[in-house]
Design a protein around this ligand. Sequence first.
Ligand code: ZN
Length: 334
Amino acid sequence: MKLQENVLKRNSMRFAAALLGALASFIAGPNAAPAASLQHHDQAPGFYRLKVGDLEVTALYDGTGVIDPHWLNGTKATMDGVVNALHEDPHMLDVVDTGFLVNTGRQLILIDAGAGIWWGGGVLGRLAGSLRSAGYAPEEVDIVLVTHLHSDHVGGLTTQDGKRVFPNADVYVAKTESDFWLSPEIAAKAPKDVRPFFQSAQAIAAPYIKAGKWHTFGGSEPIVDGMQLVPLPGHTPGHTGYEFSSKGQKILFWGDIVHAQRVQLQHPEVTAIFDIDQTAAAATRQQLLPKLASEDVLIATPHSSFFPPLARLRKEGSGYSWVPVVFTDQWDEK
Ligand SMILES: [Zn+2]
């Protein structure tokens, strides 16, 4: 016992001496002034790829912003809870804006195009750069499927001087959506706050309409093999999801089913002030979430607390949790 104690004591003294020696040479040795370590401010390219059956799906980063709590509508108790939670967790409403590219092997299909220069400025609008980083050029895109005509989803289609960013793409949007936002009569009657959305939609659509590249759909007509239209009205009149299937796997591009993910998955009844029909938006979300959770569908969301914004839903208490895909460079989605 005594021997063991002595050995321990001796070893700990040796360790202390070695530590002191190392410290001394660090302070006074030949490398007394450590070389400055240059910080790198560039980031990994803003895309993330995975396979869904035979489809290659690439999430394309457009930018990061913050949801204002005043953009959300819920009961007083729920919204008080959100504001209180923000004191503890000030990044709760941070949000990534994203578009998606599907390469079917025959066609390149973009689903939503980010904000371009039409929403705020500087914070969003990176999608075309992310597309190039992912190895594709805007000229190669064959089809754009638009979930709705808010400028954070279609702004990236058109430059400020009215040129098509995707000159060879045919753009598809629900007829009810196109008719609503492109109507001068409805725009004239719209509340003042909403009018900029009409103006941007009309300016963004104009060069595609002129080129004969703006197409509308009214029902379930086929546009792309293996893709189903999923009407999700409420946020906007013709708000539409796009569900792709391949080899028994499914991915749903669900547009603006949620804006503030960490609030609305736990409280699906909370709406956003941008929802044209608040009641319908909440009802659509309430119907969709349990179905997706039980069917294990992969979801691609334009607005997320995570990047890549690809995940499955799990039931959690009275709401749902977001189970994001885990980063991997072995990108066959299983
Ligand atoms: Zn949006």
